[in-house]
Design a protein around this ligand. Structure first.
Ligand code: FAD
Ligand code: NA7
Length: 623
């Protein structure tokens, strides 16, 4: 180590530090007594790499050195490690770089050859959140996003599924249906309007798509503001650190790290006529004409939400169900949401699967004939519809990204990518987030949270990981269903029925009483673990504004709420949410959820509120 001249002024000291960094392959600013510094020095010894060290506690102006280093790197603590002129960070960062292989690249000098610190493949919920965060942390970032058109030719702008063909248009069209119901209620509240009320698909579609267009623009601006380079092109790996964009002239890009955020696309049935004549949710929200009489194939949340709002617009809707409603959700709740749809005119064709779809007449909409067979007998069903909407699940976009070329493991059964709890794939410099992850929630806020936290861990030394437990969610069926935590089935499987206490209550929102609709169709259920202080492990709510109600209970569950704490929370009256904190919740007994108990439950429920005597009478009359 050459001696460092003292008292040469701050600028001179800074340039001497820089000289040390520039002239040594590995430069460590350390303190002789610091165990983390010892760990880092031992690592380089183990790797047989010469390590140049300045022990700041053993030189006279060590404190000034530290201040200078803070100014230069944003890091004051030791060890402060530099490799081939690049700032690596402290002990954790150095160890992490050793584990993920990037330390080796830095030592070989390869890292400097990469054009980007990070390339994100997929500009949807997860990809955009992650790339913006990484850029804000000073990294050179590129996002590649490309929408492969649907078989019907539908395509869209930047932002991924949620913004263009998912949450946003879905919720706005659900809201359209909610307004239709509100208009019917309005007459009972004294609003007088004589015109025939009808819905105009084109007006709704145009308004929704204009709003989406503004979001697409906003995303582009946000990327530009944060200096993220955005390329509208389909990406494919060709080498471990190299991706290509095959749009027009083939271009190659290299990066030290990659994040896969390619999301999912709707699955087709593989039966005659599916791609030629049917649409999926990717086409529905920008369909140029009203779908007319519609058959929805599938019974999970995309199917029920779309079927629900189409019926709410006044269309004739049938849902073809292969087995159960809302697989994976609490079945008691799923069936209640389904029953409500049925009561409001949605037809359910249960235990049937489609066999073929034929065109009877072209048009906007045309006429299609659907043939289906029973899953329980030889019976064949034939029906005519204007539109057939396929909603039988979604496939991860992982098969045409060249993952085989770089050795990233994919589950061959479902195309999903297994990752560790840091969203890292089996290839250390390749990470994955969002819908393509195996065994994780397929929800926008989950993709966003995972993306942001990943960027902070990679580039800020943060350690917080994405928590995939107790994620609140809502199914926007006509009667909305919000849940957080476990379904009753899953809770029983994990803890055993004897160890659970389930509290429930039917209720009638005050807003529904005057119009006299949906009496006792709303329902709250709380599942508690008796082995753990009656901790709430499942929250379920079927009623208006389910998303708004469930969000707050999600916070409570994240804080580990117990039944006692819910009971001790004073409700807001008159609201629907108060049913979930009401000490009057009943312990679950099978007989209670039978329809015959509706009168009794209603009466008891309304006794628990003061001043609602009339409600009691209404309840009895309706039941
Ligand atoms: P996406 O948002 O799907 O983004 C992936 C992007 O990568 C896409 O733009 C895709 O075109 C692009 N891409 C793929 N391959 C490549 C490639 N090789 N090169 C370049 N680009 C590529 N979630 C909720 O939280 N609430 C809801 O109410 C809700 N409703 C939904 C309703 C519907 C109808 C659907 C279909 C989904 C809904 N979701 C909802 C789910 C939500 O949309 C997804 O969980 C979320 O969009 C996933 O984000 P992601 O970043 O993983 O992928
Ligand atoms: P899901 O949740 O995978 O559900 C698929 C549904 O389609 C489910 O009801 C299936 O019935 C049904 N299905 C699957 N294959 C067929 C065939 N061949 N015929 C008839 N019905 C079939 O998909 P979604 O699209 O609703 O949602 C996927 C994600 O996208 C969701 O998590 C959201 O985040 C957005 P089954 O129960 O298997 O009998």
């Amino acid at each position: 180590m050459p001696p460092i001249e003292k008292d040469t002024g701050k600028n001179e000291l800074k340039s001497q530090i820089q000289q040390l960094i520039d002239s040594n392959q590995v430069m460590v600013f350390s303190k002789s007594y610091c165990p983390y510094c010892v760990k880092v020095k031992d690592l380089f010894k183990e790797l047989n790499v010469e390590c140049n060290v300045v022990e700041l506690d053993l030189i006279e102006d060590g404190t000034t050195y530290q201040e200078m280093l803070l100014e230069m790197t944003g890091q004051k603590s030791v060890p402060n490690v530099f490799i081939n002129k690049m700032h690596v960070g402290g002990c954790d960062k150095t160890m992490q770089a050793h584990e993920d292989g990037s330390l080796k690249q830095l030592l070989s000098g390869d890292a400097e050859a990469y054009e980007y610190d990070l390339i994100v493949i997929g500009g949807g919920s997860g990809g955009l959140a992650c790339s913006k965060e990484a850029a804000m942390l000073g990294k050179k970032v590129m996002v590649l996003d490309y929408v492969v058109p649907t078989p019907k030719g539908t395509t869209w702008g930047l932002g991924g599924t949620c913004v263009n063909v998912g949450c946003i248009p879905k919720k706005l069209m659900h809201q359209t249906a909610v307004l239709g119901t509100a208009m019917q209620d309005a007459r009972k509240f004294g609003w007088e309007f004589s015109e025939t009320v009808k819905h105009n698909w084109d007006t709704m579609k145009t308004a929704v798509n204009n709003y989406i267009g503004s979001l697409n623009w906003g995303y582009r601006v946000a990327l530009r503001d944060k200096s993220v380079e955005y390329i509208n092109a389909y990406a494919e790996f060709i080498e471990p650190h190299k991706a290509t964009n095959k749009r027009g002239k083939e271009t190659f890009y290299t990066a030290a790290k990659f994040i896969l955020a390619t999301g999912e696309r709707p699955r087709y049935l593989g039966i005659p006529g599916d791609k030629e004549y049917c649409i999926t949710s990717d086409d529905l929200f920008s369909l140029p004409h009203s779908p007319g009489k519609t058959l929805v194939i599938g019974a999970s949340y995309v199917a029920l939400e779309c079927g629900g709002f189409l019926a709410g617009l006044g269309l004739d809707v049938t849902v073809m169900v292969r087995s159960i409603l809302l697989r994976g959700f609490d079945q008691d709740m799923a069936n209640r949401a389904g029953e409500h749809m049925e009561e409001h005119g949605v037809k359910f064709l249960r235990k049937y699967v489609p066999v073929k779809v034929e065109e009877l007449e072209a048009g906007t909409p045309g006429r299609l004939k659907v043939t289906a067979k029973s899953t329980e007998s030889d019976e064949i069903f034939e029906g005519e519809y204007n539109t057939v909407l396929i909603a039988v699940g979604r496939d991860a976009c992982t098969d045409k990204v060249g993952l085989d070329k770089i050795g990233v493991k994919v589950n061959p059964k479902n195309g999903k990518i297994p990752v560790n709890d840091e969203e890292q794939t089996n290839v250390p410099h390749v990470y994955a987030i969002g819908d393509i992850l195996e065994g994780k929630w397929e929800l926008t806020p989950v993709a966003i949270q995972a993306g942001k936290l990943l960027a902070r861990r990679l580039y800020k030394g943060a350690t917080l990981k994405c928590d995939y437990i107790n994620v609140p969610t809502t199914v926007f069926t006509p009667m909305e269903y919000g849940s957080c935590g476990l379904s009753e089935e899953k809770a029983t499987e994990l803890y055993g029925q004897d160890n659970l206490e389930v509290y429930h209550s039917l209720f009638w929102p005050l807003e529904f009483t005057v119009p006299g609709r949906d009496n006792n169709r709303c329902y709250g259920k709380i599942i508690c673990n008796k082995l753990d202080n009656d901790r709430v492990i499942g929250f379920h709510y079927l009623g208006p504004n389910a998303g708004e109600v469930t969000q707050g209970f999600g916070v409570a569950m994240k804080c580990g709420a117990t039944k006692e704490q819910l009971d001790g929370t004073i409700g807001i009256h008159p609201t629907c949410a108060e049913v979930e904190v009401d000490a009057g919740h009943y312990r679950y007994q099978k007989s209670r959820i039978q329809k015959s108990c509706v009168v009794e439950t209603t009466v008891l429920k309304y006794y628990s509120f003061s001043g609602l005597v009339t409600q009691i009478r209404v309840g009895i009359v309706f039941c």
